[in-house]
Design a protein around this ligand. Structure first.
Ligand SMILES: [Zn+2]
Length: 413
């Protein structure tokens, strides 16, 4: 693997990369635990490990197998991601089942499990199934577990895996990674109004986010969308429902895109098989609950988009907080400084902490599987608008009476 074919996420993580290289080389990569924020590179590293294992040439060559692994459409690569908040037991059982079968194409299989830290101890069955697979795989299987909070991975599982840490990427390495992507200052400035250092700062250690902001695609659009809507309701240019509708329609769109992507990936896998293999692969996928998995991916995309929207809103309010305490240098989103400063100078300035609390609480509520998204988002938007406009002093918390001026009703019924 040479630096020029590397994902920039790994260029920005030289230490983690060296460790992984050594483990694979020494044949000690049976179970790996890659810890750190999703955008700091663990998924890119998992893909590199999968290429090394599945490619007949050791993954150094950018061949067809490597390309399919990168797109996650190789039949011996099993990439498991949680539905909404956490991994479900039948997802884990399916992995266990998979490793008892022979590989489809390569001479080994790779299982990547995202959010392995959501296999909590109250889901002992799922944990035990995975543990069993880690201990006694039938053929050659490499497990790569991803976890943002490694301390929450079940101890029995953690103790059997070698941990490689992916720390938030420092701004200067984010800039280097963006340059490795081929981005230059002029292009960045034209597309985003930010220089590379500004993009790195707005990305908060997360290369995925930095790339999206730089490319002006989904993340940048969301960021612009959220900031604009938040400012509009903070200044009463629009009703709070304006922000709520923006958030909810983004979530629906994300879920539709995920459903389409699942179908396209499935077709792409079949493309590379002959008729008989395709038939058997289709039958197997139906047995494995293909439809259910597609629905899960859609829900995951939906929840992910909601969380990302709330992250952006929190980032905006942190800037209001910074401006209100006279520390505009600490601003994350320098392109919106004029707006956050204006809100900070008004009654919203002293209520930024309450706004951040409200966002946190909404995020926690959305993690629940039975979360009522429209009500949660609608109530949050109403609360943020009221805080920005100084119509309420503090926030309602669960179990505490609303500390709102008499006659002001925050509930949406
Ligand atoms: Zn290859």
């Amino acid at each position: 693997m040479t630096a020029d074919v590397l994902d920039s996420a790994l260029v920005a993580q030289p230490r983690a990369l060296r460790t992984l290289e050594r483990l694979v080389e020494e044949g000690r990569a049976h179970a790996l635990l890659l810890s750190g924020r999703a955008g700091s590179g663990p998924a890119a590293a998992a893909a590199v490990v999968a290429q090394r294992v599945l490619c007949p040439n050791g993954g150094r060559d950018g061949c067809d197998v490597c390309a399919r692994v990168a797109r996650r459409v190789h039949p011996d690569l099993h990439w498991v991601a949680p539905e909404g908040g956490s991994l479900a037991i039948d997802q884990v059982r399916r992995v266990v089942d998979v490793v008892t079968r022979m590989p489809f194409e390569a001479d080994a299989q790779v299982v990547v499990i995202e959010s392995a830290d959501t296999l909590s101890s109250d889901n002992a069955d799922a944990g035990n199934s995975l543990l069993k697979a880690l201990e006694e795989p039938a053929g050659r299987v490499v497990f790569v577990l991803l976890a943002e909070r490694p301390a929450r991975v079940l101890p029995t599982i953690r103790s059997r895996a070698i941990e490689v840490a992916f720390h938030p990427i420092p701004d200067h390495l984010l800039v280097e990674a963006l340059r490795h992507d081929g981005l230059d200052e002029a292009t960045a400035a034209a597309a985003t109004g930010l220089d590379l250092a500004g993009i790195a700062r707005a990305a908060r250690g997360d290369l995925q986010r930095a790339r999206s902001i730089a490319a002006g695609d989904a993340d940048a659009q969301r960021r612009g969308d959220m900031f604009t809507a938040m400012y509009a309701i903070a200044t009463s240019a629009n009703a709070p429902s304006f922000l709520a509708e923006r958030v909810l329609s983004r979530a629906s769109a994300a879920s539709e895109v995920a459903t389409r992507a699942a179908t396209i990936e499935f077709e792409a896998m079949l493309e590379h098989m002959d008729a008989a293999a395709a038939r058997s692969f289709k039958a197997k996928s139906n047995d494995d609950g293909m439809e259910k998995r597609t629905a899960r991916r859609a829900r995951k995309a939906r929840v992910g988009e909601l969380r990302a929207c709330l992250d952006d809103l929190a980032s905006w309010w942190r800037d209001v907080l910074a401006a209100s305490v006279g520390a505009p240098d600490a601003t994350t989103n320098s392109d919106r400084l004029a707006q956050t400063q204006l809100v900070a100078d008004g009654p919203g300035g002293s209520r930024a902490v309450a706004a951040l609390d409200a966002i946190d609480e909404a995020a926690a509520r959305l993690q629940l599987n039975n979360a009522d998204e429209p009500v949660t988002i609608g109530a949050l938007a109403a609360e943020l608008a009221a805080l920005a406009g100084g119509r309420i002093r503090a926030r309602r918390t669960l179990g505490a009476p609303a500390r709102t001026p008499a006659g002001y009703d925050l509930s949406l019924g």
